[in-house]
Design a protein around this ligand. Structure first.
Ligand SMILES: NC(=O)CCC(=O)C(=O)O
Length: 273
């Protein structure tokens, strides 16, 4: 059940930001400034989402030195930010160096008390951006409960090309898929179509925060999206820095699942793998 104990919709704010290649200090300050804008905006968010690999960008050649050791630096400022502003934060993803010495593309999630409620490392590494040469893949899917009882599933960028992951999260109870990304031109058509498909087939909300700006040869287009469980786009960013906001209506997931009973009509024994 997607339950929300608040009378108002569950308001989300996607921080569609530019990321400075290989400069965690600049990126941290920039994200904090934008997050402050988000919490002081007209509509106070219940949840803030950042883009993928926002601390370093794809500075993969130097990722061993640049990655956040144990995620300590990120945790040290995002947890108090969440508590101070009483807002859930999906801290996009960061390059995180774990105790095994490998660098992972990791999403950290904090609730509105500042408690860390989840950590997910990207399962599917994207060869076109050489992730598989420099990063280590995560080994498990992750669900978490946000303030208000909303069950969310984690996906990072390229993960959305694997419908099995979103379906598996939905079957485990997720009603909302959260997707930080660094997705460049010329694949806007894929971005919008895949995200919409994940929403329609799983009858879940999908919220996806992409970065903007050029980095090396890549031109990141933004177009962050908030999509409802019927596949309607509630809000979509442009190609510049901005904060995209929208309200999720908790009851809509069950309503859509009642209209077309996809989950009741599944035939798992017919699917090989
Ligand atoms: N950072 C990524 O995973 C990019 C994925 C992407 O661009 C795609 O087309 O897939």
């Amino acid at each position: 059940m997607l339950t929300n104990h608040k009378a108002h919709p569950f308001n989300v704010a996607l921080v569609q930001a530019h990321i400075e290649l290989g400069n965690p200090a600049v990126n941290r300050n920039h994200m904090r400034t934008l997050m402050e804008q988000a919490v002081t905006g007209a509509q106070k968010p219940d949840l803030i989402v950042l883009p993928e690999m926002w601390n370093t960008g794809y500075a993969l050649d130097h990722i061993q030195e640049l990655a956040d050791e144990g995620g300590a630096e990120t945790r040290a400022w995002i947890a108090p930010f969440a508590a101070t502003h009483q807002v859930n934060v999906v801290a996009g993803s960061i390059a995180e160096k774990k105790s095994d010495g490998h660098v992972y593309n990791t999403m950290l999630v904090f609730d509105q008390t500042g408690a860390e409620v989840a950590s997910y490392s990207k399962i599917h590494l994207f060869r076109l951006m050489e992730e598989e040469k420099y990063l280590h893949p995560g080994g498990e899917k992750v669900l978490f409960t946000l303030d208000g009882g909303i069950q969310a599933g984690a996906s990072i960028c390229y993960d959305i090309r694997f419908p099995e992951l979103a379906r598996s999260l939905a079957l485990s109870g997720a009603n909302l898929l959260i997707v930080p990304a660094e997705w460049p031109h010329p694949r806007l058509h894929h971005w919008r179509t895949l995200l919409t498909a994940r929403a329609i087939e799983n009858q879940m909300y999908v919220i996806a925060c992409n970065r903007v700006g050029r980095s090396g040869d890549a031109d990141f287009f933004g177009h962050s999206l908030i999509i409802d469980p019927w596949g309607e786009i509630i809000a979509e960013g442009g190609e510049q820095e901005e904060i995209i906001t929208g309200g999720l209506e908790p009851a809509l997931v069950q309503d859509v699942r009642g209209r077309i009973p996809v989950f009741e009509d599944r035939r798992p024994s017919m699917y090989d793998r």
